[in-house]
Design a protein around this ligand. Sequence first.
Ligand code: SF4
Ligand SMILES: [Zn+2]
Length: 415
Amino acid sequence: MHSNISIFVPHVGCPHKCAFCDQNAITGKEKLPHKEDVEKVCLQALDRVDDITDTEIAFFGGSFTAIPRGYMLELLTAAHKYVGEGRFKGIRISTRPDCIDEEILDILKEYGVTSIELGAQSMSDEVLTANERGHSAEDVRQASRLIREYGFELGLQMMIGLYKSGHQQEDETFDEIMRIHPDTVRIYPVVILNNTRLAELLASGEYKPMSFDEVLMLSARALGAFTEAGIRVIKCGLHASEVVEQDMVGGFYHPAFRELCEGLLYRQRMETELDKAEKDGRLSENKELVFAVKKGCMSKAVGQKRVNIEYFKKTGLRVKIVERANIGLYEVRLLDDVEAAHSCSIYNMKQIKRSKVCGCFYCGKIFAPDEVSGWINEGCGTALCPYCGIDSVIGDASGYPITEGFMRKMHERWF
Ligand code: SF4
Ligand SMILES: [Zn+2]
């Protein structure tokens, strides 16, 4: 699995003062790393990391290519020694779009840099100006083009909910990033820190941020669409940190922001599936709707504190989520009865005991629940058919019809 060795480089001498950036808070608290620090971190990681060939040395923290040239080369020289055959995969850096040109890209190539992330933040010039970014959307396009031409992996960072950014500007940013199609994206809902221009604008009432739900909705849309388009979303929401917790005066922060987005995304997709099924007359007769999601994604789909299940319950729908192979991340499939009923043949002891009649979809026999010959999966119990011994038994308490016809259809689907 891909991993990074992170080295934080504070914003030394950044010539800008973006409206959301509190350089003093960051530069004041962090010590500048030097070549010895880079070597130490790399040596430690060599012992610790499982797959060094899928690990990058990542210089995080701001505008790497805008730091003093001598200092940048010192860090790159130290890191470069650990990159290549049998060592780490490469070096990742992040920088401003207007701090990229051919000369800098030549240097980065020479020193083994493999991935470049640009702080795009918005693709609306109006928003970039209002937030005093000091670069334009065209700078992002140009820099992205150059980075690609040089063969680097391209990453873009975007901020949602900036000053003067409404739905139209958010759409513009989303559409443009889709068009550029970077390899990776970081989605950051705006966090308003003390001692920033945004904090002043917020205090004066000039900046009226969107609601948390709007930002959540926009972030979820971006997360879903980028993932579907094959763009890896490597961050969604800020990590909990001292700076955020002490200095935040407004904006959008939640320690599990990505999980909130994922839950919302799954819920929206379940609703879309339901609408489609209703239109096509495919809605199950069973009161319980069964949605299948990718293996390992059950808890994302259920949502934090089972919020999605409760949401549907309020509308009178019982929803069950099962995991299936061959389903993509954030993809949802509403199962038809024949497919959904299969999940009732596993760990079904309680259901069988509540049933009046049972059926086996392997041999097709219909029988009384007390005829079940045995159980596997101790504890929760999965019933075995008394006639063929196969674990293909469901009872009428599942809500599905226990008829020869239905058992036959299930047999055709599953065997
Ligand atoms: S470019 Fe980066 S470091 Fe400089 S002010 Fe803006 S956000 Fe802060
Ligand atoms: Zn049987």
